[in-house]
Design a binder for this molecule. Structure first.
Ligand code: MN
Length: 409
């Protein structure tokens, strides 16, 4: 079951409401679309996008059902692929409509959330946003595809400058701009009490996340959406305002699932990464479950993945000698991402537990698709390898010092 409420308002300055929304709680499909284009073309674009998602809802829902029955990485990716396909369909239709009806430049943003199998799947194009409210905190799940956001990310602009910029509404990706589109996609496991907010920039431009948190935390059905819209109107309501609040209820979650979700949140790879970025990186990670004695990688075998232990204990051995025991958030196999040489050690499970892996191919594809995030991830890995190298050097130097010490005396 899903509790939800939605509201859209023209605001105080615009004549038309070019935003659109779709709420299909039975299918688990929720979207907000903010249309762009003169002479009411924006309304046409956002309505067309909504219509495409409505039409495809049965397929999306069926894919969610298959994921709920078999929560494998493969099924998770199949949901994301169905979501991507629907985005492509929506963009192609609007692009062709714009060409045919001489409404060139008619486009729309999109933020979509699919809920099913105890997980949320988030997709977005442009600057409409999704937020997650969890543990009394607010996290932005999407990173705007906007010019100012990209300038901030590349260090050419500060957040203060971005907020004041005349160009803050210029988006770099849109549904309908070209025949194909590159949506940002990600998924995460839901925890009890999670609430999600989808909104157009008419809200996020003028209402601070902290204020959203206050309102959403005190949510009574319907009341919070009214209050969120009112908060934007109180700040002048310069744009159309659309909000949609979603609270998945009663997804039966085991304690292990909660532990795993929290562990993934605190993975070292994700340090300093915005939450939105973590969702996307999580997409290329494969989960493994192990029992005592299970061999994760074997000495001498060709490897192409690095692993991070998310739960339990594993032992690293080479030539029959135990080199180390690794626990939560410790990792192995990073070097095979770069050299694809045989493994130098065997790693076997000591206890029951789990690990996540990232393969060299997945990492390379990800870096091509999302260069900004790919860079962040590679930088993190470089730091890890650097630490390892320094530690190894220190050990070598340490050994030499021991030999030299008698001379000093
Ligand atoms: Mn807008």
């Amino acid at each position: 079951m899903i509790r939800w409420a939605a509201k859209t308002d023209v605001g105080k300055k615009r004549e038309h409401n070019e935003d659109n929304l779709l709420s299909l709680p039975d299918a688990g499909v929720f979207i907000v679309a903010d249309g762009v284009g003169g002479r009411a073309a924006g309304e046409v674009a956002s309505a067309s996008c909504v219509a495409t998602f409505e039409e495809r809802a049965p397929e999306l829902s069926a894919e969610l059902g298959r994921f709920a029955a078999d929560r494998s990485g493969e099924r998770r990716n199949a949901v994301l692929a169905a979501l991507d396909f629907t985005c492509q369909l929506a963009t192609r239709r609007i692009f062709e409509q714009a060409e045919a009806e001489e409404r060139k430049g008619m486009t729309t943003t999109l933020v979509v959330v699919l809920i099913g199998g105890g997980a949320a799947f988030v997709g977005h194009v442009g600057d409409s946003r999704a937020y997650l409210f969890r543990d009394g905190e607010v996290r932005q799940l999407t990173e705007d595809h906007s010019m100012v956001n990209e300038l901030v990310r590349s260090g050419k602009m500060t957040w203060a400058e971005a907020r004041a910029s005349r160009h803050r509404h210029v988006i770099t990706r849109a549904i309908g701009l070209y025949p194909t589109v590159q949506p940002s996609l990600g998924s995460f496991d839901l925890l009890p009490g999670d609430r999600l907010l989808l909104c157009s920039d008419g809200l996020s431009d003028v209402v601070a996340p902290e204020r959203m948190l206050q309102i959403v935390s005190a949510w009574e059905p319907g009341g919070a959406t009214d209050q969120l819209v009112q908060a934007a109107l109180d700040r002048g309501g310069p744009d159309n305002i659309t909000v949609q609040l979603i609270e998945p209820l009663g997804s039966p979650r085991t304690d292990e699932a909660v532990v795993r979700a929290r562990t993934l949140e605190h993975l070292f790879l994700f340090e300093d990464m915005p939450y939105a970025a973590r969702l996307q990186v999580a997409r290329i990670m494969v989960e493994h479950w192990f029992s005592p004695g299970d061999v994760l990688v074997s000495e001498g075998e060709m490897g192409d993945s690095m692993y991070v232990v998310t739960e339990g204990e594993v032992a690293v051995t080479a030539g029959g000698v135990t080199l180390a025991r690794l626990h939560q958030n410790e990792h192995f196999g990073e070097l095979t991402l770069t050299d694809r040489l045989p493994r130098s050690a065997t790693v076997a499970a000591v206890t029951f537990g789990s690990a996540v892996s990232i393969s060299a191919d997945a990492l390379r594809d990800f870096c091509m698709m999302e260069p900004g995030l790919g860079n962040q991830l590679l930088w993190k890995l470089l730091q890890v390898l650097g630490h390892r190298l320094r530690a190894a050097n220190a050990r070598l130097v340490g050994d030499e010092t021991q030999e030299l010490e008698p001379l000093d005396e």
